[in-house]
Design a protein around this ligand. Sequence first.
Ligand SMILES: [Zn+2]
Length: 417
Amino acid sequence: MKSFILIAWNLAISLVISLPLFSMASMPIERQSKHLSIGKIDVKPQQIIPFTFEQKISGLALVTKNINSWDSTYLIVHDDTLRLTRDEHDPNNNASNFIVFDRPIQNLVLSVGKLTGEITLILTHIDSTPNPVKLSSERRKSNCALPPIILQENWRNGLPAPQYTRSFSTVNHIIVHHSAGSNQASNYQDVVRNIYIYHTEGRGWSDIGYNYLIAPDGSIFAGRDPEEGLQDEVKGAHFCGKNSNTMGICLLGTFTDISPTPAAITALEQLISWKTTKDHLQPYEEFPHEGLALGVIAGHRDGCSTQCPGNQLYNKINTLKTTVYNQQLACQQDPEEPKEPVNDLLFFPNPVKNGTIFVSNTVEDVLLINAFGNKLFVPTIETKEHLELQVDHLVAGWYVLYIQDTSGINQYKVIII
Ligand SMILES: [Zn+2]
């Protein structure tokens, strides 16, 4: 059967060669390293070009000489059609996104679309990892503990380590990205390995640009290698040339039209809750950043003109801030050392959406003050289960709720929206 397919393929190629719009590529491939090759070819618009590679390829990106439209450029691999789009992370603005195939392939068809002139194919050759590292998603000790991370020494096994001088900076901003790669890949460790080789050897960058990468199954990969330094403070290359004081997190996939998986979002929430708690960052805050008023949690597009991280992921950032805020609150009551369970339903919801704060009726007293420290009049209804604080007359913003119970008086930040 295999040989039949091969014959059929060769026959198909010999047939298409005779048609003017189709041509079999005769492309010298220059081997750059064990893991990367580069080929150049002249193309005309609308050409459809079948390729057979001598050595299997695991990933591919195109670089054009001219700024072209990528509107109708795509690859056909087996039965899949893979769109090529502009790489929003390419400073020269002339590369396609980098496609990692589900497994290494020998044949593909390129539909050139509107590209014209010389194009460069950057090809990676990474063998599939038979047993990718999986980390157990055991419950973290607290809402703000570091989630499990797959380290470079695991995912980079067998690939050369990056050689460059690292810079470090304290983080004021966490920047969310998407990789703009395929949503179909299933071996995420292979995707990260391919991205690493493409960035370092294909584009000549020092290392992966992001501090962390998150896969659709919720696996978190350590990205840029900090050597002896801290993973969350190594200065990356991901944010519009303004990388100081930022930490980059990239979700693998393209989230223009489809949403990230719940597992990826949960991993993102956990990673940001850990980082913001560690650095005493408030998720709703903004700081000046190179002429911008930039949120503590922001999308790539908040820094410069790009679609990244895609509408479907960008639209989740506000909810993400609320979740992180709630996780910070929860871990104030739930420090890393396990202790007696606390009444985590002391009050809810937070943020307050419908004008009522429900407080456990086991508390002895409550007091609400505004940002200026003024005590506020709050009508209270007592039911069997709760005290209901009526706050619908208050404007949206920050408040502090004091709750007195048997443990003493505790204060909580409350957001009314
Ligand atoms: Zn980005």
